[in-house]
Design a protein. Sequence first.
Length: 557
Amino acid sequence: MKQDLQDRLATVAKKLFSLSEEAVIKVELTRPDEQFGDFATNIALHLAKQVGENPRQVAEKIATELRTELADTVTEVTIAGPGFINLRLSDSALAGLAKQTINQQYAGQTVVTEYSDPNPFKVLHVGHLYTSIVGNAISNMFEAAGADVHRVNFGGDVGRHVAITMWAILQELGGENPGKLQDIPETERSEWMAKAYVKGTQAFETDEAVKEIVTTLNKRVYQLVNDNDRESDLAQIYWTCRQWSYDYFDAFYERVNTPFERYYPESTVATLGLQTVHEQLAKGVFKESDGAIVFEGEPYGLHTRVFINSQGLPTYEAKDTGLIMQKWRDYNFDLSVVITGNDITEYMKVVLKSIEQYEPELVARSRHMTHGNVKLAGGVKMSSRKGNFLRAIEVLDIVAEAGEQPDDSIVLGAVKYAFLKQRIGPDIIFSPDESVSLEGNSGPYLQYAHARARSILRKAGETEANLETGELETDERTLLRKIGEYQEVIDKALADFMPHHICTYLYELAQTFNRFYENNLVVGDPRQVVRLGLVNAYADTLKNGLELLGIVAPEQM
């Protein structure tokens, strides 16, 4: 409806001022305070200079025409200030707006979302939980707008961190003894590998002999992967522990309901990355430097990075190149969204700029989003290398304890909403007590709000509910107006790639309903039919919004 009104406004303006059909008239309807109307436009201010008239005069002419042209939808057209035009919708139009579904602007498009990206041989920490929640919500938004969404996950199953962990694992096993892995209880495997990584890192950073061994192990791991060696003792240890990692990831993603269609281990894309870099080296995109292959970013205002090191091994840059090229081959996407921490912002600029030299269309369809860190108390940045990090599973345990809440759906609602209500970008400081509050801007508060609305509807039984029964009273209209903003909010969240707009809206919606319910009887009131229609529309909107965020909307609490 909003778009229809904008189009009709543009048509009226062109007709009034004899503008050509090709003339571009930007009409943007905004939401003014309710006392002024339901929509407002400053089109008169934009047109005034173009047509050589006073903005107020332009507004008067447009308003006069609109009172006739929009009579089927708008009951009142007024002018404010220097030339703002306010529109008040009819009650039936307002009801129609509340019934509208999400704009299918991505229908027929393929969207690939990549996020979370934990490395095998390491543990999932709260940062992975954060990106999983954010990435899933953004994926949900695109699906709701009609896109065919593919959720993928990328992780380093080869590289120095693997060799570091493998060194420590061999110390624990007393050498290359794969049979001893069966002594590790299934429930302790992920923690056992996490401790091995910390131990290995500390040794690598302080002992030159260990550093040499790790360097050799790194080459051996690359080789066994390239050879698909499954039989040697080292290979058995590597493949077993890698699978433990993926089993652990699967179990956690299932618990927090952030599913992935596909994992891209680095080892599966490294070869393509190497091939691509070598091909483009021959074409002048990359250059040789001290035995390595680099991309010089300085001509583009960036910096130089190594894609293949002097030992001929692919760096993270080459592996990311292989990943991006593989996703392009697998999906031929219309849009690729990659969500990472902001510590690799400049790194990704160089990788994408290098790819832009030979696959410009691929880069044009890519969007790299970054976020800050989830910090420990006191603002200390977490590090799995140092071992002072908060594990993802521990976040859920802390929230459950803070709210004395055994229901996992409520715990997840608290954590997800606490992360999603904040704009993606800055650092996140997580407060467990605040996240589980039933009185503040929290997930459980909105879950309870939904359950409360459903309770009212259950109390009414099979009684008729109809929004469009007679003229609306003031409080009814206020609530219906807020419900009708839902589609616009989703459009904005999609345009900005920001789920926090949905959180803000849902909280405001719940507050609007609370004010309505405090002052208006629903069940048993003469206006029960229309008010039940309002409650039903409110509950459905709240549920739809929560589900986009990946939060369960319970029927009762």
